[in-house]
Design a protein around this ligand. Sequence first.
Ligand code: F6P
Length: 328
Amino acid sequence: MPKKIKKVGVLTSGGDSPGMNAAIRSVVRTCAYHTIECIGIYRGYQGMIEGDFKEMGPRSVNNIVNKGGTILKSARSTEFRTAEGRKKAHENLVKAGIDALVVIGGDGTFTGGLLFNNEFNFPVMGIPGTIDNDIFGTSHTLGYDTALNTVVDVIDKIRDTASSHNRLFFVEVMGRDAGHIALNAGIGAGAEEILIPEEDLGLERLLESLQKSKASGKSSSIVVIAEGDKIGKNVFELKDYVDSNLPEYDVRVSVLGHMQRGGSPSCFDRVLASRLGVKAVESLLEGKSNYMVGLQNDKVALTPLEQAIKGKTEIDRELLRVSDIMST
Ligand code: F6P
């Protein structure tokens, strides 16, 4: 018989994402609804090691559903990677009477949670929070939809100036290992070409495509590049390469950077966060552990943490074809 859960700890870890606050709110209020206690753990696993805890009642999460970032702060803890660090963290949880954890973050967060569970048999439930959408077992991670809207909005603005000056813009978006943001925002913003880590377009093809679009009468163009793309040149080197090979183009670069991670979450992310928070707490109360709660075919579903970490999220190849057709 698993131990009855009376006190749940919640933390956010890794890169923050819009919707994390809505998820914290959901976890806190679901605990209150089921009359169990909830403890906020500050700065992710680092706060667990330092015992940086605060009791959270339903009123402590007023007016945060609409806020970007995370009120619990986030960190990438190197100390938690050590057995010594995890031991300290466990001692602090036991001292505070916390008997289960909800961890909100990406695959690094889940890896830490799973390790912790394996070592101390401590119940853990994961909620996927990252703008990259690169977690297996969920069609959407928290913050992805908001980031897409942010990126599309910014590229729309870049388009205004690009077309006024007949320029080519290389726009770099986030995504170290995954091209979901680049691909979807690229199509949404009408990009000429989209370069993603999952597919090496090749420099020749890029030049050909740019030549073709000039010949077809386009006066300005936008190329969206994921930061982890595999073309072999960074965005500034690409500019130099196109400058020297296609002098007819006037090229500029815009690196969007961390602004993509900020801002008020979209309605989609708020609803998703609320649904996932409820499921995470209720699954723990049912005695489940080592799962991630995610969205599959618009239904909230559980995926073993191990699969969520090891599984690969595929990009939708049909979107590449759609993008090609749209740039005709
Ligand atoms: O994982 C989310 C992410 O935003 C990536 O897209 C990006 O490469 C990385 O985090 C940036 O991390 P940091 O904020 O530590 O520079």
